[in-house]
Design a protein around this ligand. Structure first.
Ligand code: 5GP
Ligand code: ZN
Length: 134
């Protein structure tokens, strides 16, 4: 897609620090390096996000993401890893080309906060369930 920065990286029109590539996907270091080794896995073909990517492509990216996450954790001596993807602006997606973040975790000094607030006392689970399954 025109003017898509990740399409340009996939086509090598813009350089990326590539750690893995095959016919379907590309993995490269995220510019921000939230933690050392922060990596993005993208399909070479343009899909907007997780909600829109084709199933076979997603399955392939999942397998590649697992292999790379293990390699990154091992070779960078990380203690854990967050695998995540943001879909749509409301969820924090800033680049509208599907990508999976691999964010290795080291210790409490990691400058990343994933905070799941506990709202369990304020919600009606049955009501939510009924809406989802209507
Ligand atoms: P999002 O917020 O959409 O889930 O994540 C987009 C990510 O892309 C951000 O972590 C940002 O640092 C990264 N990013 C944006 N532009 C570039 C770029 O040109 N090159 C690389 N390597 N990463 C980028
Ligand atoms: Zn694109």
């Amino acid at each position: 897609m025109e003017n898509c920065i990740f399409c340009k990286i996939a086509k090598k029109e813009i350089p990326g620090k590539v750690i893995y590539e095959d016919d379907i996907c590309l993995a490269f270091l995220d510019l921000s390096q939230t933690t050392n080794g922060h990596t993005l896995v993208i399909p070479k073909k343009h899909y907007k996000n997780f909600l829109e990517v084709d199933d076979d492509t997603l399955a392939h990216l999942s397998k590649v993401t697992k292999k790379l996450a293990k390699k990154i954790v091992t070779n960078l001596n990380a203690l854990g890893v967050n695998i995540l993807t943001n879909a749509n602006e409301a969820a924090g997606q800033t680049v509208m080309h599907f990508h999976i973040h691999i964010i290795p975790r080291y210790d409490e000094t990691d400058k990343i906060e994933i905070n799941f607030a506990d709202r369990s006392n304020d919600v009606d689970l049955d009501n939510i369930l009924a809406k989802i399954n209507k």
